[in-house]
Design a protein around this ligand. Structure first.
Ligand SMILES: Cc1ncc(COP(=O)(O)O)c(C=O)c1O
Length: 304
């Protein structure tokens, strides 16, 4: 996915020009995946730009740091302020993506990073749709989702993403838009960068936090919204076969937003078009992020 570069990035307390934001080749994180990050969106709303659930994202970044563990010198509120300042410095008014990254820097070679610097950067740039088609076709990956027996799945850790990259590239090369990964006992876990929801006979279900998922902030938003709309929604284990039998299946994620899955492993889901419940949730989410629903205005932090 090509990026429209902006003027500034934020690195370790300074705003630096995009082209000057460089790291040493022996940066520990490049070799061993020792980094944690966030993916956040900002949306234009009326005459402002609103960052969606900024506090929750920064709080998940802290949780990810705790799990590794990585210690850095910025408070959550400093990171939030620097994100807002970076958006202003780059004069971003359009739909944008924000990528804070905490990474083990250059301090030598070898696994033991004790005493190495822990660096922090923030990048922000214009960002439109993640999936060009609002109705996607996916496969079930033959890569299993990593489990917390060997990797800290609840951390949004860079090293974890090799699992997602393998599944995504294999899916694309086979002509699909994305992949669903199965976890423990071959139960459904999530997409490569999305949580998953299944609708059957009016009931919505999503895998629980014990199904090796990254606990998505969009997932949480959709659960709250669906309950507020009076829909029945449950967190429970989901089998692969339930996916094929579902009336509707959709992905949620900061990048993917709410995206309908209309085919899985070449089997049509429901009518093969976006379903009614998915469409209601997708529309409600679009209204909320654009600041058009008073009830959820506290999910947006104004930039200007
Ligand atoms: C593996 C994985 N699962 C789920 C999600 C969805 O999380 P969120 O809704 O917080 O973006 C993401 C994206 O961040 C992800 O990378």
């Amino acid at each position: 996915m090509a990026i429209e570069e902006t003027e500034y990035m934020w690195m370790d307390g300074e705003f630096v020009k995009w082209e000057d934001a460089k790291v040493p080749i022996l940066t520990h994180a490049i070799h061993y995946g020792t980094a944690v990050f966030e993916g956040i969106r900002a949306y234009p709303s009326k005459d402002n730009l609103g960052v969606f659930r900024l506090k929750e994202h920064i709080s998940r970044l802290s949780e990810s740091c705790k799990i590794l563990p990585l210690e850095h010198k910025y408070s959550e509120s400093e990171l939030e302020q620097n994100i807002l300042e970076l958006l202003r410095k780059n004069q971003l008014k359009r739909s944008s993506y924000i990528r804070p990254l905490v990474y083990v820097g250059y301090g030598g070679i070898g696994l033991n990073f004790t005493g190495f610097p822990v660096n922090v950067s923030i990048t922000a740039f214009p960002f439109g749709k993640y999936f060009s088609n609002p109705e996607i076709k996916v496969c079930i990956s033959n890569w299993k989702r990593i489990s917390d027996e060997s990797m800290p799945v609840q951390a949004k850790a860079s090293g974890n993403y090799l699992n997602s990259v393998l599944a995504k590239l294999d899916a694309l090369r086979s002509g699909f838009d994305d992949a669903i990964l199965l976890g423990k006992n071959s139960m459904v876990s999530e997409g490569t960068g999305e949580n998953i929801f299944v609708v059957k006979d009016g009931e919505i279900a999503t895998p629980p936090t014990t199904s090796s998922i990254l606990v998505g902030i969009t997932r949480d938003s959709v659960i709250q919204m669906a309950r507020d709309m009076g829909m029945k929604i449950k967190e429970r284990e989901i089998s692969r076969i339930e996916l094929y039998q579902a009336d509707e299946v959709f992905f949620t994620g900061t990048a993917a937003e709410v995206t309908a899955i209309v085919e899985i492993d070449n089997r049509k889901i429901g009518t093969g078009k976006i379903g009614k419940i998915t469409d209601r949730i997708r529309q409600a989410y679009a209204d909320i992020v654009a600041g058009n629903n008073e009830k959820y205005l506290n999910w947006l932090t104004e930039v200007y």
